[in-house]
Design a protein around this ligand. Structure first.
Ligand SMILES: [Zn+2]
Length: 335
């Protein structure tokens, strides 16, 4: 992959902002160093399998949909919509902050540096180690943010839900069944990201480590944050799958409950998921009831819904308990 591409200074001369838009001298080589397998390099586009696909769509990118422009480093996946500038790709794949991603690109940097890289391959930067100390920068969620979602602080604390003051984002720890920290999810408006990159959240169920060895009735929902909403209203064992996609491993974990009330979102993906989960648990002799969303609008979940003006409407305690009480036995559901 000898570089006949523009050296960085010419990119800068062409008007690329060197700081905001740092591009490696050899984009394909940098992609290789990130562990992305280069599948083709044509017409100035380097294609590979999309690294964000699994997280965004729940499956690997089988028909490569992802390409990076070899000149300006912008990337795009036409299937899942993962796109941005090269530094964002580096930050995502390595699970590092933007500044570290820029430093990493600079270390590959110029054409001269790329030549040197071929002579002595630099070791990849070490991924951040995950320990409880990783959460040390985060604080209790502020009162106004808790209010917006109808969450009591004690309920947030019960689930270890925190707040990133620097990015104004919710931090939801991802723990295995024994409570060991695997990583965490960062969530702000329209943005969800998992740390570290590739954390196997589909192998655990949020909140499960807080349930006793033989728990009675669990309430299964999609969103970890909404577990704190349900706990605020006294629901005993809310657990969450991190989305509508439920894995076989999660089904196995959920079958420890004697009974599960399935409350997936009131949308197409949620209903498909409810049917799948219900059937799988039913087969495993776990008693299943399904929340019908009667009297609740389309698009609603335990965290509420948007009204016609786009304002969030929270559910009342009465509405939440009514949904749980009226949940229909799986065998009576007509799918
Ligand atoms: Zn993708």
């Amino acid at each position: 992959m000898a570089s006949n591409r523009l050296p960085n200074r010419e990119k800068i001369a062409k008007g690329w902002d060197a700081f905001a838009d740092v591009v490696p001298g050899d984009v394909a080589a940098a992609m290789g160093a990130l562990g992305l397998e280069i599948l083709s390099e044509e017409y100035g586009e380097v294609s590979a399998r999309c690294p964000a696909h699994l997280e965004r769509l729940g499956h690997e990118d089988r028909n490569p949909s992802f390409s990076v422009n070899a000149d300006h480093g912008k990337f795009n996946c036409f299937s899942c919509g993962f796109s941005g500038r090269f530094a964002e790709l580096v930050a995502y794949v390595l699970g590092v902050e933007h500044g570290q991603a820029v430093a990493w690109i600079r270390s590959k940097g110029t054409v001269a540096a790329v030549t040197r890289m071929y002579e002595e391959r630099e070791p990849e930067p070490e991924r951040k180690k995950i320990s409880e100390a990783s959460l040390a920068l985060y604080v209790d969620p502020p009162a106004d943010e808790l209010d917006k979602r109808g969450i009591f602080l004690e309920a947030a604390r019960k689930f270890g839900i925190l707040w990133d003051p620097k990015h104004s984002a919710w931090i939801t720890p991802i723990r295995d069944v024994s409570g060991r920290l695997m990583g965490w999810q960062t969530k702000s408006s329209g943005y969800v990201r998992n740390r570290p990159y590739g954390v196997k959240k589909s192998e655990t169920v949020f909140g499960l480590h807080l349930t006793p060895p033989v728990p009675g009735t669990g309430v299964l929902i999609e969103s970890p944050l909404d577990c704190a909403v349900l706990a605020t209203f006294g629901v005993e064992y809310p657990v969450a799958t991190f989305g509508a996609k439920v894995s076989a491993a999660q089904i196995a974990l959920l079958s420890r409950f004697r009974r599960v009330i399935v409350w997936m979102d009131n949308d197409e993906a949620g209903w498909r998921s409810a049917e799948y989960v219900g059937w799988e648990l039913h087969k495993r002799y776990t008693s299943v009831a399904v929340v019908t969303h009667e009297d609740l609008p389309w698009g609603c979940d335990p965290g509420g819904y948007k009204d016609a003006d786009g304002n969030t409407v929270l559910l009342t305690s009465k509405q939440i308990h009514a949904q749980l009480e009226r949940a229909m036995p799986f065998s009576l559901m007509r799918w």
